[in-house]
Design a protein around this ligand. Structure first.
Ligand code: ADP
Length: 441
């Protein structure tokens, strides 16, 4: 990041500098040329005055500057005075544009390569009172020699500015990045010292992520402790009964009873492990409905569940019924049936003799929903929010006695969440319970 900011700042600096130099040089070039030509014309006008007051053009030598060519041309185009070249080799000058213009309008100027000196030259010519033309001229090289010196100066200054700007950009980037690096050193309290307002949402997101991570770690830790405890209890009693049989401490008549207990506890273990596996699958997103997406009719799914539980309900003297109509959703059939199964299973287990369990499927405002209601023991208000937590039970001994694992409603909650279903629980102790899942359209 530091490198990126540095190189970008440097590039921007260079671009700005090059642009400034190019523009300054071109403006300066134009202004300098204008000024130089103006000076040459002024010099010409001065010499014009001088010419009016001398008898012989050779006296011009006193006033002529050696950098400047001074020429006088007669009306016939013959060079009658020249300070810097041999007059003998100079031809007729009437065809020179500045001379022709001076004879015609009084003054004339031009820029061209000199026939005599062979260099690009600026000429300015003026008509004298006696009908001759005075011409002053200067090589462009000489004219711009001062300017070229100035250009070198500009180049040196530009280089110096470049080095200074590199140094500044390095310093500036360091001072910009340092607080961010410092912020990253303390991720736990990242929101405490946020150097720039723009980084506040980022810091808040990191903090939130950290909190969530901590929360998940805590839940996982708690879950592991609970699982170990839940596994240990049945295993301890299995081991105890088995040991008594092994040592011959169990009477002949007890052996059948103990075997029954071992059978019951091992079934509980199997159920528990199955539920843990289901939950961990839901956790890992293996059965995420984005992977398994099929059309499921809630009514048909409920009928399958009811058929599986009819015998259990009959045994407990509970009336299990299914009412309603077709209502389709998209998702995982296995998760949906598991969800309805757990709700019905609870409604049977936490019921009274002669009670009923009603599964109702339908649509409200176009949203598919399934509800399971019973007239069982109900859930006291203070427990209602917590029963969906893993291993949370209102009455532990009743849960265990009826083969509960404490994970049934946690699985319901997970499966509903995977299908974007909302859970609604209504319950009154000794009156009954209704749990309704409403799915998004
Ligand atoms: P469990 O395996 O113990 O039934 P669940 O997660 O399925 O675990 O349910 C958590 C607790 O919620 C149960 O132990 C029970 O106390 C209570 N509960 C669940 N369903 C009902 C219901 N229909 N009526 C009364 N209490 C219920």
């Amino acid at each position: 990041m530091e490198k990126k900011i540095n190189s970008r700042m440097f590039l921007m600096g260079i671009m700005a500098m090059v642009l400034t130099v190019v523009m300054t040089v071109s403006i300066y070039h134009k202004a300098f040329e204008k000024q130089q030509k103006e000076d040459i014309r002024l010099y010409g006008r001065l010499l014009q005055d001088v010419c009016e007051n001398i008898d012989d053009y050779s006296q011009l030598a006193v006033y002529a500057d050696e950098e400047m060519r001074v020429t006088v041309i007669s009306a016939e185009g013959i060079v009658v005075y020249e300070n810097n070249a041999d007059m003998g080799i100079m031809g007729n000058h009437l065809d020179r544009s500045e001379i022709a213009s001076a004879f015609e309008k009084g003054t004339g100027e031009s820029v061209r390569e000199s026939d005599t000196m062979g260099q690009q030259t600026y000429y300015y010519a003026l008509l004298l009172n006696n009908g001759d033309v005075l011409r002053v001229a200067m090589d462009l090289d000489r004219m711009f020699s001062g300017y070229n010196h100035a250009l070198m100066g500009i180049g040196v200054v530009a280089l110096a500015v470049m080095f200074i700007s590199v140094a500044f950009s390095v310093m500036l980037t360091k001072s910009l990045v340092k607080p961010i690096e410092k912020m990253a050193e303390n991720l736990d309290d990242i929101d405490k010292e946020v150097p720039y307002v723009e980084l506040k949402p980022f810091a808040a997101a990191v903090k939130n992520y950290n909190l969530q991570k901590e929360h998940h770690a805590l839940i996982r830790q708690e879950f592991t402790a609970n699982v170990s405890h839940e596994l240990k209890t049945p295993l301890t009693s299995i081991s105890g009964y088995a040991e008594m049989i092994e040592n011959g401490m169990a009477k002949e008549s007890d052996i059948k009873l103990f075997a029954g207990k071992i059978h019951f506890e091992s079934k509980r273990l199997i159920n528990l492990i199955a539920d843990i596996l289901k939950l961990s699958e839901l956790d890992e997103g293996k059965s995420d409905i984005s992977v398994i997406k099929e059309e499921i009719d809630l009514f048909e799914a409920s009928r399958n569940v009811v058929n599986r539980l009819l015998f259990k309900a009959q045994q407990s003297d509970i009336k299990l019924e299914l009412v309603g109509e077709k209502a389709a959703i998209l998702g995982s059939r296995m998760q949906i049936e598991e969800m309805i199964y757990n709700l019905c299973d609870n409604a049977i287990r936490y019921n009274k003799q002669g009670g009923f369990v009603r599964v109702k499927v339908g649509k409200t405002d176009g949203k598919a929903e399934v509800s399971v209601s019973d007239n069982g023991i109900g859930i006291p208000e203070e427990h209602q929010e917590r029963v969906f937590e893993r291993f949370y039970r209102v009455d532990k001994s009743r849960s265990k006695a009826t083969g509960g694992t404490g994970l049934g409603l946690a699985i319901v909650k997970h499966a509903a969440k995977n299908h974007k279903g909302k859970i609604n629980l209504k319950s009154k102790p000794n009156v009954g319970t209704e749990i309704k899942i409403t799915f998004e359209k």
